[in-house]
Design a protein around this ligand. Structure first.
Ligand SMILES: [Zn+2]
Length: 115
């Protein structure tokens, strides 16, 4: 499936290919505040439709995840990082995708706070 995603104002837009099997709800200091529901895909399954620098970047902790957000509307549509093998991955915020039934997607709780 191909999904369209964006921030609220549209400055940051992308499309992503894949099957949404579940969403991850993390309680770390960042995700807990954002309330994001994450779906991890290989980075090459996501294609930005707006310039790379349309989104600002926030780093914290060990700086392993680049939290990308729109500097205009403040929404965080995705993050970027690498998996344990070093492959680039994207963490898509499912709440920023169009035409999906969020209530039908199983949510896994992740205790990022204790990591
Ligand atoms: Zn925006």
């Amino acid at each position: 499936m191909n999904y369209q995603g964006s921030c609220h104002c549209g400055r940051v837009a992308f499309e992503v290919e894949g099957t949404i099997d579940s969403g991850l709800s993390c309680n770390c200091s960042m995700c807990g505040r954002k309330g994001s529901l994450l779906w991890f895909v290989p980075r090459d399954q996501m294609r930005l439709k707006t310039p790379e620098d349309a989104a600002s970047t926030y780093l914290f902790n060990k700086h392993v995840i680049r939290h990308r957000f729109c500097p205009v509307c403040g929404i965080h549509p995705y993050g970027e990082g690498t998996d344990p093998k070093g492959n680039p991955i994207a963490a898509i915020n499912l709440r920023c995708l169009e035409d999906i039934d969020l209530a039908a997607i199983p949510v896994h709780e992740y205790d990022g706070k204790s990591k």
